[in-house]
Structure formats: C-alpha cells, structure tokens
Design a protein around this ligand. Structure first.
Ligand code: TMP
Length: 210
C-alpha cells in the first residue's frame, strides 16, 4: 500500500521542530516507517538550493527566481526521496511543502496563487499532502522565538507585515481545504498543542487501517 505524505506548516517560531518530532514518535509507535524530511532541502542538491535561498545577500533576489528555486529543490526532493518512500509504503513527514510556497511567495511576496498552481501541477503531477498540520499563532509570538535562535536568515529578515500576509495565506488555504488541513492553535501551552495533534494523528491512523 502507498504511504502517506504528512506536512507541517506555519510561520517561523511556532514550534514546528518540536511538534514534528512528536508526530514522528506517535507514528513510529504505531509501527509506521517514517521518513523525516524538510523543504527546501531533503537531498544534497536540494540542500544546496536551500543554502542559496536562505543566505542573506546584497543582490536583490528576483521573486520569480526565488519561486523557481523553491520548485527546483522540490522537484529533486520528490524524485529522490518522497515518491520512492511513498512507493515503499513509508510515511513521509515533511517540514514545509508547497503550502509554504503559497504562503510565502503567494502571500508574503504577493505573487498570487495562480502561477504557483501551474508550477505545482508541473512539478508534482497528482502528488498532494494527505494531511497538513498548520501551527498557527500571532506573528509576534513566533518572531520573538525565531530571534532568540540567533542570526536571521533571508526570510527571517522580512518585516512583520510580510509574516502577517504569510499567516493569512496559510489560514486561507486551510479554509479552502478543511478536509486536508488541521489548524492547531500554537499559542496554547505545548501540552494542549500536542493533545490536539495527537487526536489528529489518531484520526489519520484510524482512516489508514485496511
Ligand atoms: P525553515 O524550514 O527553517 O523554517 O526555513 C525555510 C524558509 O524558507 C522559511 O522562512 C520559509 C521559506 N520557504 C518559502 O519561502 N517557500 C517555500 O516553498 C518553502 C518550502 C520555504
């Protein structure tokens, strides 16, 4: 049986890493082989593209160049990691995926959703996440956490209104596709966040039973 692609999304500092680890543990406890990966990145070439994308630079980066680099990394990642894992029956747990492109390039950079949808179809064919966990919290909370982690990358250097647009785009996507998204209030205590996530995973596991 084909595995499932689970993605985790949210603006910086909402607790993606901690909660991805939590999801992986729950799935492994249910005897599922989990491939943990991230975007942009997940293969040597795609990780090189990640470096290109995240490194702050003096040269202004064209929005189209940024968008195409995101999808170039994704094409490689899908080919080398995601599709082979799903074909083996493993579940892929991915830290960000195409919803991040809709949110950051579509919302943050105000490129709109239509061009992204064209590239999504080109690069992914029919492949879409089975379930997406959106960790949502007011921007100020996440940015304060991100700043504590040290030097800011090229995206983290953006202004609050950029991240506000990113957050709103994520919420719009979740509203448009309620069956795929699970929106979690990441401003709650970690215990409550993880209780919500755990109930989402139980539902997924119940659906996946043969
Ligand atoms: P992170 O995975 O460490 O959060 O950093 C990746 C950064 O790249 C983050 O600021 C979001 C951004 N990004 C996009 O702008 N578009 C995308 O499609 C993806 C996957 C990430």
């Amino acid at each position: 049986m084909q595995g499932k692609l689970i993605t985790v999304e949210g603006v910086e500092g909402v607790g993606k890493s901690t909660n991805i680890e939590f999801i992986a543990q729950r799935l492994r406890a249910a005897d599922i082989n989990v491939v943990l990966t991230r975007e942009p990145g997940g293969t040597p070439l795609a990780e090189d593209i990640r470096q290109l994308l995240l490194t702050p630079r003096d040269e202004a980066v064209s929005e189209t160049a940024e968008l195409l680099l995101m999808f170039a990394a994704r094409a490689q990642h899908i080919n080398e990691v995601i599709r082979p894992a799903l074909q083996r029956g493993d579940w892929v747990l991915c830290d960000r995926f195409t919803d991040a492109t809709y949110a950051y390039q579509g919302g943050g950079r105000e490129m709109g959703f239509d061009t992204i949808a064209v590239l999504e179809n080109l690069v992914q064919g029919e492949l879409r996440p089975h379930c997406t966990v959106l960790l949502d919290a007011p921007i100020a909370i996440g940015m304060a956490r991100a700043k504590k982690r040290g030097a800011l990358d090229r995206f983290e250097q953006e202004q609050m209104d950029f991240f506000e647009r990113v957050r709103q785009a994520y919420l719009q996507l979740a509203q448009q596709q309620p069956q795929r998204f699970r929106v979690i209030n990441a401003a709650q205590s970690l215990d409550l966040v993880q209780a919500d996530i755990a109930s989402g995973i139980e539902e997924l596991l119940a659906q996946a039973k043969p």
